[in-house]
Design a protein around this ligand. Sequence first.
Ligand SMILES: *Cc1c(COP(=O)(O)O)cnc(C)c1O
Length: 391
Amino acid sequence: MSNQRIVHIATPAVGEEEFQACRECFETGWMTQGPKVAEFEKAFAERHEAGHALATSSCSTALHLILAAMDIKPGDEVIVPAFTWIATANAVLYCRATPIFVDIDPETFNIDPASVAAKITDKTRAVIAVHLFGLPADIDALREVTGDIPIVEDAACGAGAAYKGRPLGTFGVAGAFSFHPRKSISTGEGGMVVTNDDALAATMDKMRNHGAEISEAQRLHGPRPYLLPEFNVLGYNYRMTDLQGAVGLVQLGKLDAFIDERNHWADFYRRELAGLDWLRCPTAPADCRHAYQAFVTWVDPERSPQPRNVIMERLKMVGIATRPGTHAVHALGLYRDRFGLKPEDCPNAWAADRNSMAIPLHNRMTAEDYEYVVEQLKKIAGGAGKMCVCE
Ligand SMILES: *Cc1c(COP(=O)(O)O)cnc(C)c1O
């Protein structure tokens, strides 16, 4: 048992280069938001074809920053998909506004435009389009139902993905990215806002730095570095450190190679697992580039030889980590109790909560790891009927 293969669900692909990139910050002593963050922002904006990129401490704070800068307030409604990471909905609560949960398309796990249309009221101030697991949401269909209501992109999983040939983040008013270690590029914790709206960018720039009218760098390099800046709006400390900026810059240089590799192995899984009638693999429309932040399968409850959680337990026993894709946020205690929601209110999101299963796919896996995952999944099928529990 001691030399059993272990395949993690995600491992950040960082090493010597990222380590060396931090050196300069230690040598100059510039540790918080400074020149490295500025460089990272510039490169990120270019890669994502955005007018502005603003680094933050996480995607959660990036989402809050966008909504706060849009002046989302108590009484406002913000539409969010029910199947997402809890942070999407929490950002709405941080503004003391009301999250309105809508259902997802069970095929893509992404927000369902028809469900959005059914929930729009005169209080709807924004719709958050989550590009879940790196698959672009159906932006054109969403735009048809949202009309003038602003779309905010939760592109936490979407660095390097594309919708109809264009990178994510600027299809709506602003987009938020994550550099948590579960995502394709990582700075430990970290996030990024992109936007083409100059005024919104200026507001967010202040608000991420306590509301200060000018940044530390502007003040230090200005004529009177000894004077503190003026503060006119409520802000936060949502800054990224320069250490993270240095790491992010190196990681960004590897993004496209990472996404290519993820797509290669996603194709491999699809090919190798096609024979398992109980397991549906994710796909992407031909005009979308999937970033495969995660490879999230669907365990068909009718055909599966065993319940999903039993399969997850069995895979764990052979060293393979799995997870539910994410959760049905409307069914979590916080939201269920506060808003009187029931799991059945968003049936597809609830089914995805119960039946989705992410299997390992990341940039630290070897060909042998992928083959091992396939081999173990095939053993579960057993090939000898539903009752077979292979030893
Ligand atoms: C990871 C994730 C977030 C949160 O990102 P952090 O950087 O960890 O705050 C938000 N939304 C979605 C869809 C995510 O997957």
